[in-house]
Design a protein around this ligand. Structure first.
Ligand code: RUB
Length: 320
């Protein structure tokens, strides 16, 4: 595991844009600490903080955590000099602590859905508390179930073209001692048909007010296959990733990345020169394909349009 040092917000923004740092939770935390970095570098200058906020929010458009944490940070960037620095530092620490608490809490709510002997499929990397960096929802559920002594097996999709499922999820599963099998993205239908998968748990970059889900591209096709095979499909998220200002998946901006990331792997061409390619980084899974939304407060079931809202108001709308 490498340690990278960022000495200014421009470097941090580049690291998020180039996916050196990725995953909704992790980039949310980087947004918070990016604002702190800007405050420290400018000796508490409000204008510098505002510019940093604009830069950080422009890096990746789909994950709402980043937008929300940056807005939270700028809302306390008051006063000037030392006063501003103290305010933003306090907020950054609060956000980090809150995120870890969310991950522990949603991990234990989600683990209640996992039975002894289950095989669980996940997609991309949605990490675990205490895993590779902060952020992480799906593996928080899986790790908690494992720590409860349940005998589980995980199928992790490699997730082309960045291979987060292979490079990161498989690494974390190995680290936690959780038995797992790596599959390529196009094998989920086969595995479900063969009866190899009992449940699907994926992360989330944004959950709209009606329960529609934006997550790593490929999530939608897994959800369709899961429905065909009557396999419960869950997303592990937190109330911070539920965006009530986004009415439905229709209005979520899906980040389109450079086609060269599809035609090349680490700079090596994998397609004929000049091939046109497409790289939507995320896709939208409609709410009717989602069995339950795992949050830090409990597992929310349909109708999401009303029940998600009640999560915030702490009403009892959770599955047992
Ligand atoms: C990552 C991805 C993850 C979510 C949730 O996409 O889609 O499933 O961000 O992650 P990318 P977490 O690699 O393009 O950022 O639960 O860790 O926040």
């Amino acid at each position: 595991e490498k340690i990278y040092t960022f000495t200014n917000v421009g470097q941090l923004g580049d690291a998020i844009r180039s996916m050196m740092i990725r995953g909704s939770g992790a980039i949310g935390i980087c947004g918070a600490y990016g604002i702190l970095l800007a405050a420290l570098k400018s000796n508490g200058n409000t204008q510098a903080v505002r510019e940093a906020a604009k830069l950080l929010k422009s890096t990746r458009p789909t994950a709402v955590n980043l937008m929300k944490t940056v807005d939270e940070m700028t809302s306390v960037a008051e006063g000037s000099g030392e006063e501003l620095i103290v305010n933003v530092e306090k907020k950054a620490v609060e956000i980090l602590k809150r995120q870890l608490e969310f991950e522990y809490d949603l991990g234990s709510h989600g683990a209640n859905l996992i039975e002894d002997g289950d095989t669980i499929m996940t997609h991309c990397h949605s990490g675990a508390f205490g895993g590779a960096g902060y952020g992480g929802r799906a593996l928080s559920v899986i790790r908690t179930a494992h720590e409860q002594g349940k005998n589980i097996h995980v199928y992790t999709c490699e997730t082309r073209p960045y291979l987060q499922g292979a490079r990161i999820t498989a690494l974390e599963l190995k680290k936690f001692g959780i038995p797992h099998t790596l599959i390529t993205d196009n094998m989920s239908g086969f595995c479900m048909r063969e009866g190899k998968i009992d449940k699907v748990v994926v992360g989330s970059d944004r959950v709209a007010a009606n329960g529609d889900l934006a997550n790593k591209v490929g999530t939608y096709m897994h959800a369709l296959a899961a429905q065909e095979h009557n396999i419960p499909f869950y997303t592990a998220t937190s109330s911070h990733t539920i965006d009530f200002s986004t009415v439905s998946g229709e209005s979520i901006e899906v980040e389109m990345r450079d086609a060269a990331e599809v035609t090349h792997f680490k700079g090596i061409p994998t397609a004929p020169e000049g091939t046109e390619a497409l790289y939507p980084s995320f896709d939208i899974t409609p709410h009717h394909l989602i069995t339950g939304i795992i949050t830090e407060k409990g597992v929310v079931s349909v109708p999401y349009e009303t029940n998600l809202k009640k999560v915030i108001d702490q009403e009892n709308v959770f599955q047992k």
